[in-house]
Ligand binder design. Sequence first.
Ligand code: UTP
Ligand code: MN
Length: 511
Amino acid sequence: MLRARAAPAMRKKPRPQAGGVPGREEVRFQGVRLYLVERKMGRSRRSFLTQLARSKGFMVEDVLSDAVTHVVSEDCQASSLWTWLRGRDVKNLPAMHVLGISWFTDSMKEGKPVAVETRHLIEVCVSDTSPALPDGTSSTPLLTVSQYACKRRTTTVNNNKILTDALEVLAESYEFKEIPGRCLAFRRASSVLKSLPWAVRCLRDTEGLPCLGEHSKAVMEEILQSGHSFEVEKTLSDEKYQTLKLFTSVFGVGPKTAEKWYRGGLRSFSDVLAAPGIHLNRMQQSGFLHYGDISRAVSKAEARALGNLIDEAVRAVTPDAVLALTGGFRRYRGKEFGHDVDFIVTTREPGKEEKLLTGIIERLKQQVSTLFGLLLYCEYNASTFDMVKLPSHQFEAMDHFAKCFLIVRLEGGRVEGGLHGAEGDGRGWRAVRVDLVSPPMDRYAFALLGWTGSRQFERDLRRFARAERRMLLDNHTLYDKTKKEFLAATTEKDIFAHLGLEYIEPWQRNA
Ligand code: UTP
Ligand code: MN
């Protein structure tokens, strides 16, 4: 409070600009806002480093607020730093990168924010968060971790990747074996570990954490002690697991088809393509044809180029349309890659969205780039959305909005900095998977929330709504079973508010 009052006095002397407005310097990195901790650093060094960073196009905040993404400190005593940070009134702290000065100096050297690595992080251990009570027992950690992913803030920084990778192998293998309960248990355990702002070093660190069952803990313990898990390694080298993983990596091939092919004795793509009795549908044919391209990660620059391409088509059809990026590319902040690009598109005028997608598809089909069509594959599903049939008590994997699944030909010339990882292949273009979904405007917030993901975040939003609020949530609506009414929402924030949940930013939904 005192700090805020002191602010006007500071105005007299021209100081480096406050509040992340970097003087006349151009802001080059929109998603990154630094805060330099003065403790241990000292005022003059802090001011010097602030100016240095601003001169290089970084936004530096004078005050620690929820807008900050990267906290930089020279305090090497992690516990005292964290105690100080927790004492500030910031909700977003779990989502911030709390970094040593090495990240800052690396970034200044490179002239851009470098990717956050474990070595940069100032870690916090659970014991720091659970002060001993007078009777010698430990209180519940101040940092209580919810069993619901929608109450946790999970960024793309994963401090426990070795553990989560292992748990996800097991989750996937139970998915292939069609044992959904076990699959989900491993997914939940992995998701909790992903949300931790610190690395688990021994099983004791995980005391009080939810969703860690005996099986998950046994796997974790083995890895923490010996660096690997027997069960995970056995799974990874299992022929059936490997084959199903390979087959399901093809666009259009789900676990059922993969299982059928495996039972038929097929083990490789060439087996599948040579087998006489196999009929590939159109989606699978395209999946094989463009396999190399669409199994390669899509870069941010490529996603942006696709956004421009889709935007042109949308504007040509309906000037008042609303187009937004959703899926992984809406969630990633600081991370560069995704597996496809998802868009949501609608019109302000109700009813007009009905013809929108078919119009966009027609437009894209007419457009040719260097003699080739832009659309390498297109499957359009018309809307089956009907408010009268809602609320649905059984969650369905697919929503009822009009949507299309595309493979788009993207020319390298449209991509700033060129295509990702295509050096030397000389083609000058790549295929990219794109999904478009088109809900009516009054369903926009629900569709955006549902399509932003992650899958685990969505699952837990629905589970939380049902178990804690007696409400039914899906991509179309939120229904209050107690009041027997649908709850309206025009933004995602409205939906979080109806659910009595703190708003979680898209980049904190990487559960
Ligand atoms: P994606 O499969 O595209 O995943 O679905 P992602 O989170 O963007 O990650 P990558 O980077 O592409 O791998 C995006 C979200 O859209 C939802 C999914 O459940 C997921 O949360 N979705 C997808 C639907 O709700 N309905 C659909 O028909 C398809
Ligand atoms: Mn996606």
